[in-house]
Ligand binder design. Sequence first.
Ligand SMILES: [Zn+2]
Ligand SMILES: [Zn+2]
Length: 294
Amino acid sequence: MAAGVTTGYSIDLHTHSLRSDGALGEVELIRRAAARGVRIQALSDHDTLMGVAAAVAEGDRLGVRVIPATELNTESEWGDVHILSYFVDPHDDALEERLRWLRENRGRRIELMVEKLNALGYAVSLDRVREIAQGGSLGRPHLAQALFEAGHVPTYDSAFVTLISKDSPAYVSRVGLAPLEAVALVREHGGVPALAHPGTTVGLDRLLPTLVEAGLAGMECYYPSHSPSRTAYCLRLAAQWGLVPTGGSDFHGRGEHGADLGGVFVPPECIEALESRRGGVRSAYHSTRVEGEL
Ligand SMILES: [Zn+2]
Ligand SMILES: [Zn+2]
């Protein structure tokens, strides 16, 4: 299904715009995807659905089906557990309220990290970080960009390694959802939850059963940084737990993760399989029990 070396695959279920921490506006993002041969794309900005309406409109114009989505970061001892939520309603006010709470926490966290950096002698201004975000919700990529621009780090990526990753001196942990809460939230709002980039989850095989019980429906087995053996491992786990294998580039527009839009193979049959998981949880799910475990 590869269309050639200059274009990508036709499905991409993980992309970010300026509405969160991507570098392109949502309309520009869809145009770029369309030009690269993408025909089905999920706009999955962190903690927001604000770009979805314009993205869908542009997609309609260009023949790209845009799936409304969001990516929820979580806080736990399981490493970086990010939950992609597909087919959520961009006009769901109650969901937007929860997402706003997450965005505000995210913003406060970045403010605290700027304070820490300044105290450590890495002068960065919060105003510049906000400028880089261009109105989107603040995230560590904006901070990394500001550190790089100010000459404090030799490359954008090295900011993460030396200063703002977990266990780095300027890191501030997030206040947010636990992984089970994120899955439950997506289900409560009619979305289909999938685990993003499972390679960043610590203890994946032990965490999956509880996420599946809470309603997890898919797992991003195809991801730019996955080795063939990692992909194979994820596919085996997905089969074991009845999860739909999904995939995406996680494109942000700054060369992160090494893939452009449509740069990762995604099985075409996963779209229908994800849609079939809407509106219900496949396995036995008792919300009171899960609430007690949160
Ligand atoms: Zn992520
Ligand atoms: Zn992402």
